[in-house]
Design a protein around this ligand. Structure first.
Ligand code: A3P
Length: 320
């Protein structure tokens, strides 16, 4: 599709023409690049990121596969890390006026998109970035520096349903919606942006087991069940633990509330604004629940996907 390759570098064009391709969810094709599935513009941005981004020890990188809680972890990390600059209770808190994606930029959709190579050394430290790139394809300096990575993982049954809704919302009018069954087959084959999902999860999971001070691995479901203890864990991991005084003041609860689904969803900026790639923010806040898949998947689909999860993740102790 000409349009989807518009503006990408000659290097990327040449590269993708040698890659395996499959029908895409939102674009005509997804290409298999460095072992994961991606759109041409994303591949171009990732190439630039891999060439140019230099991590420093104080950087924090939030990693997810799409629709796993990226918006949520961005808001929580931003609130925790900036609490000494902007009190969480401040009526002018940036999270009340800006979508979390505008406060914590993606490498591949913002910083290195459209052939950009911004000078990130001028940003105030500590810097917070986000990415969907699998662990194996992060730049060397991320792995060798002391920067920290936070990974949020979500039950694939829910991530699939969330992705299917989101992609059908974003599709161009000229493209028909993808039927659930067709999307499901692609997902089970691993053909989804940044997938296969099992490889994405395992890359970060293994690293978090080997280097727990480098990668914090959190689950969306656990965060929903007990957000306060996860906020505390996150602050500890980031080297910014809450003081006894802060805990007494109820700061942890305030952060949980500020970043809650309901609070963010109802904000004007998230009802009517646009952020990543100029998409409407409102689609980022659908239900925010655990287990919505029961309303969509047939028993045989649940069986099929659960079997894949078991086969691919079970041996590594990753369960949902
Ligand atoms: P649903 O589609 O199941 O509702 P991402 O942020 O990675 O794009 O993930 C989107 C999913 O996270 C959506 O799931 C969305 O509703 C949910 N979500 C967004 N903000 C959230 C928040 N503050 N708390 C919990 N879930 C949130």
């Amino acid at each position: 599709d000409e349009d989807e390759e518009n503006g990408i570098s000659a290097e990327c064009k040449e590269l993708i023409h040698g890659c395996r391709k499959e029908k895409g969810w939102r674009t005509s094709f997804l290409y298999e690049f460095q072992g994961f599935w991606c759109q041409p513009k994303e591949i171009d941005a990732i190439l630039s990121f891999q060439k140019h981004y230099l991590a420093i020890d104080s950087d924090v990188i939030l990693a997810t596969i799409p629709k796993s809680g990226t918006t949520w972890i961005k808001s929580l990390t931003f609130a925790i890390m900036n609490r000494n600059n902007v009190p969480v209770s401040d009526g002018n808190h940036p999270l009340l006026a800006s979508n979390p994606h505008d406060l914590v930029p993606f490498f591949e959709y913002k910083l290195y998109a459209n052939n950009q190579n911004p000078n990130l050394s001028i940003l105030p430290k500590p810097r917070i970035f986000a990415t969907h790139i699998p662990f194996g394809s992060l730049s060397e300096s991320i792995k060798s520096s002391d920067c920290r990575i936070v990974y949020v993982c979500r039950n694939p049954l829910d991530t699939f349903i969330s992705s299917w809704h989101y992609i059908n919302q974003l599709r161009r009018e000229s493209r028909p919606p993808i039927p659930l069954e067709e999307a499901f087959d692609m997902y089970c084959k691993g053909v989804i942006g940044y997938g296969p999902f099992w490889e994405h999860m395992l890359g970060y999971w293994k690293e978090s087991q080997e280097r727990p001070n480098k990668v914090l691995f959190m689950k969306y479901e656990d965060m929903k069940e007990d957000a306060m203890s996860h906020v505390k864990m996150l602050a500890n991991f980031l080297g910014l633990p809450f003081s006894v005084e802060e805990e007494k003041q109820g700061l942890i609860e305030e952060i949980v509330k500020l970043c809650s689904f309901k609070k963010l969803k109802d904000l004007e900026v998230n009802q009517n604004g646009k952020s990543i790639k100029n998409f409407d923010n409102k689609h980022l806040f659908r239900k925010g629940e655990v287990g919505d898949w029961v309303n969509y998947l047939s028993p045989s689909m649940v069986h099929q996907l659960s079997k894949i999860m078991d086969e691919k993740l079970g041996d590594f102790g990753l369960k949902f």
